[in-house]
Write a protein that binds this ligand. Structure first.
Ligand code: HEM
Length: 324
C-alpha cells in the first residue's frame, strides 16, 4: 500500500521519520491545521452539519422511524473534507459519474489501507499469490492518482464555477514557487488527509451516537456539556491499532527489546479496556474524563508523541459540533 497508494512512502502517514516527514507536518501545521485556517473554514463545517440535520429531519418523518446514520455520517465527513480540500461536494451535489467514481476509489483505498498483505511478512507468499494483491493495489493507485491530478488541474486553471477562494488545494498550489512542492507532494498530502479523516470521524460519530442513544441520561448531560466545551474524551477507537510504527533505531518498549526496523502495532483497543488502567473499563461513563475525573490522560485515540494525529483539533471541532 505505502509503495503504490502512498507515492512510494512519501505521504505524511507513510513517510519514515526524517526531514521529508518533518516538512510535510510543517506544511500541514501551517497550511491546513492552523487556528486561522480552521476558523476560516467554519462556515463549511456549519453548512454541512446543517444539511445533515435537515436530512435527518426529513428521514425521521412520522412514516419513517428508522434512520441509517452510518452513511449519513460518512457523507458529512467526506463532503466537509472535500469542500475544504477542493471547494466542492462529492455526495450532496456531486452525483455525476466523476464524483461517483472518486467515492468508489476512495472507499477501496480506505478498506485496503486497513488490510495487510501477508506477502510483506512472508515473501514466499508473493510467489504463490502471483503478485495479485500488488497488481490490485497498483491499479487502484493509478485510478486515485488520475482523479487527484484532475482536481489539481481544475484548480490550477481556475475552472469556472469552482469555489477556489480558500481551499487546501489552492493554498498548496500557491507554494509551488518552490521545487519541493511538486504535484506528487500535493496529491500525497490531499490523499493522506482525506483517507485519515473520513472514516475515523464517521466511525467516531457513529459510536458516540450509538452509546448516547443507549444511555439517555448521559445524552442529556452530554448535550449540556457539549454546548460548553469540546474535548478528545468523547472519541472512541476509530483506529484500534493506531497506525503501524517502525523503530528507526534499536530501542526498548515496555521492557521488550525492539531491533531497528521492527514493525510495532499498538493495540489501543486493548489498552483502552485494561482493568489495571481504568475503573470499570467497559462502561460508557463520559464523566470519568470531565471535571473531577482523572482518566483523560490515558486516552490514546489520536496516538501519542511526534507521530500523533495532526487532525485532532479539526476532528474534535467537527465531531463535537455534529453531536451538539
Ligand atoms: C476522530 C477522528 C480521528 C481519529 C480518531 C484519528 C486517529 C489517528 C491516529 C490514532 C493516528 C496514528 C497516531 C499514532 O500512530 O501514534 C492518526 C494519524 C494521522 N491522522 Fe488522524 N485521526 C482522526 C482525524 C484526522 C483528521 C481530521 C485528519 C486530517 C484532516 C487526520 C490526519 C492524520 C494524519 C495525516 C496522520 C499521520 C500522522 C503522521 O504519521 O505523522 N486525522 N490519526
Amino acid at each position: 500500500m505505502s509503495k503504490h497508494i502512498g507515492y512510494n512512502y512519501t505521504t505524511v502517514t507513510q513517510a519514515p521519520y526524517g526531514d521529508h516527514w518533518r516538512n510535510l507536518r510543517r506544511i500541514g501545521a501551517v497550511e491546513i491545521f492552523s487556528a486561522h485556517r480552521l476558523n476560516a473554514l467554519l462556515p463549511i463545517r456549519r453548512e454541512e452539519v446543517r444539511r445533515l440535520v435537515s436530512k435527518l429531519a426529513a428521514a425521521g418523518s412520522p412514516h419513517r422511524r428508522v434512520v441509517e446514520l452510518k452513511s449519513l455520517f460518512r457523507e458529512l465527513t467526506f463532503d466537509t473534507m472535500m469542500r475544504m480540500v477542493a471547494g466542492k461536494r462529492f455526495y450532496g451535489d456531486g452525483d455525476d459519474r466523476g464524483s461517483r467514481e472518486f467515492r468508489e476509489v476512495l472507499k477501496e483505498v480506505v478498506s485496503l489501507s486497513g488490510a495487510t498483505n501477508p506477502a510483506d511478512f512472508v515473501p514466499v507468499l508473493r510467489w504463490i499469490d502471483g503478485g495479485k494483491f500488488e497488481k490490485t493495489v497498483a491499479g487502484l493507485a493509478r485510478r486515485t492518482d488520475s482523479f487527484l491530478q484532475k482536481l489539481i488541474e481544475e484548480h490550477r486553471s481556475k475552472k469556472e464555477g469552482l469555489d477556489s477562494a480558500n481551499t487546501m488545494l489552492d493554498h498548496l498550489l500557491a507554494l509551488q514557487v518552490s521545487e519541493y512542492h511538486t504535484d506528487q507532494i500535493i496529491k500525497g498530502l490531499v490523499l493522506g488527509h482525506v483517507v485519515a479523516w473520513t472514516d475515523t470521524s464517521a466511525v467516531t460519530l457513529e459510536w458516540a451516537m450509538s452509546n448516547l442513544l443507549n444511555h439517555p441520561d448521559i445524552l442529556v448531560k452530554a448535550r449540556e456539556e457539549l454546548d460548553k466545551q469540546i474535548g478528545q474524551e468523547r472519541m472512541v477507537d476509530a483506529a484500534p491499532l493506531l497506525v503501524p510504527h517502525a523503530s528507526s533505531e534499536d530501542c526498548v518498549v515496555g521492557g521488550y527489546h525492539l531491533p531497528r526496523d521492527t514493525l510495532l502495532l499498538v493495540n489501543a483497543w486493548v489498552i483502552h479496556r485494561d482493568p489495571n488502567l481504568w475503573e470499570d473499563p467497559t462502561s460508557f461513563r463520559p464523566e470519568r474524563y470531565g471535571k473531577g475525573g482523572n482518566e483523560s490522560c490515558k486516552l490514546i485515540a489520536f496516538g501519542l508523541g511526534r507521530r500523533s494525529c495532526p487532525g485532532a483539533g479539526l476532528a474534535q471541532r467537527v465531531v463535537g459540533f455534529t453531536l451538539g
